[in-house]
Design a protein around this ligand. Structure first.
Ligand SMILES: [Zn+2]
Length: 73
């Protein structure tokens, strides 16, 4: 559970989607250098304060963004 650091109320979870042409979730992408580069992706977790509208973003799977995740997992 995450609390707004301004209002000290529990923040709601939300998703950040594109609206055009269709609704798609936004991804974090860490792209390796090189021609056949691997893209490491993670979904976003979004928390929004119902009082003031403050938004905090987190990577859902931050480990997936590491460039050596294939070797370690
Ligand atoms: Zn707030």
């Amino acid at each position: 559970m995450i609390r707004c650091n301004k209002c000290d109320v529990e923040m709601l979870t939300a998703s950040i989607n594109t609206t055009y042409p269709v609704s798609l979730p936004v991804m974090l992408v860490n792209r390796e250098k090189g021609l056949f580069a691997t893209e490491h992706k993670s979904e976003l977790l979004c928390y929004v304060c119902p009082e003031c509208g403050h938004i905090e973003l987190y990577a859902k799977d931050p480990q997936k963004l590491k460039e050596d995740s294939k070797k370690t997992l």
